[in-house]
Write a protein that binds this ligand. Structure first.
Ligand code: FE
Ligand code: FE
Ligand code: FE
Length: 164
């Protein structure tokens, strides 16, 4: 397809594939992060988000269905890079007191990427008149924002504990 023929519908589908790929990678990373976490609270947060992420993948599959397109991912270099950084932290800080702080920061980078994507997708779905899709994307956006807030609270509690 010539570049001049591409429109917001193409952009929406491409971005949907991007976040679908990202969610699948996150689904693989979360159990490893949960296993590596020192604090029970952080492990519980990762496990809870693992379950939510499974539902988020299903919502994306529903949106693909609304578009009459097969659910297919497209490599997201951003999430690959963010997850690689997280893995590096887990390797390099294994067994240290700073491990959880590093993992919290890595996990928040993931949530921030997702919040950016879902915010955009929700706006585009609305612009394209896909209100049911916009509603599904908004449900996921709210879960990502809530997760980010939980991680912020855990990070603050950990910093306060270390400072005490
Ligand atoms: Fe997600
Ligand atoms: Fe991406
Ligand atoms: Fe998330």
């Amino acid at each position: 397809m010539a570049a001049k023929d591409k429109d917001l519908n193409d952009l929406f589908l491409d971005t949907l594939k991007d976040i679908y790929y990202a969610e699948k990678q996150i689904l693989k990373a979360l159990p490893k992060m949960a296993r590596a976490a020192s604090s029970d609270q952080l492990r519980a947060a990762f496990e809870k988000h693992q379950a939510e992420t499974e539902g988020q993948v299903e919502r994306l599959e529903q949106v693909f269905e609304m578009l009459d397109k097969p659910a297919r991912g497209k490599t997201c270099d951003a999430i690959v890079g963010i997850l690689d950084e997280g893995k590096e932290i887990m390797d390099e800080y294994k067994g240290t007191d700073a491990l959880d702080a590093g993992m919290l920061a890595a996990a928040q980078a993931v949530e921030h990427y997702e919040i950016s994507r879902y915010g955009t997708l929700k706006t585009w779905a609305t612009e394209l008149g896909m209100n049911d899709a916009a509603r599904l994307l908004d449900q996921t956006l709210k879960e990502e924002e809530k997760t980010d807030q939980t991680l912020t609270q855990l990070a603050k509690a950990a910093v306060n504990l270390a400072a005490a």
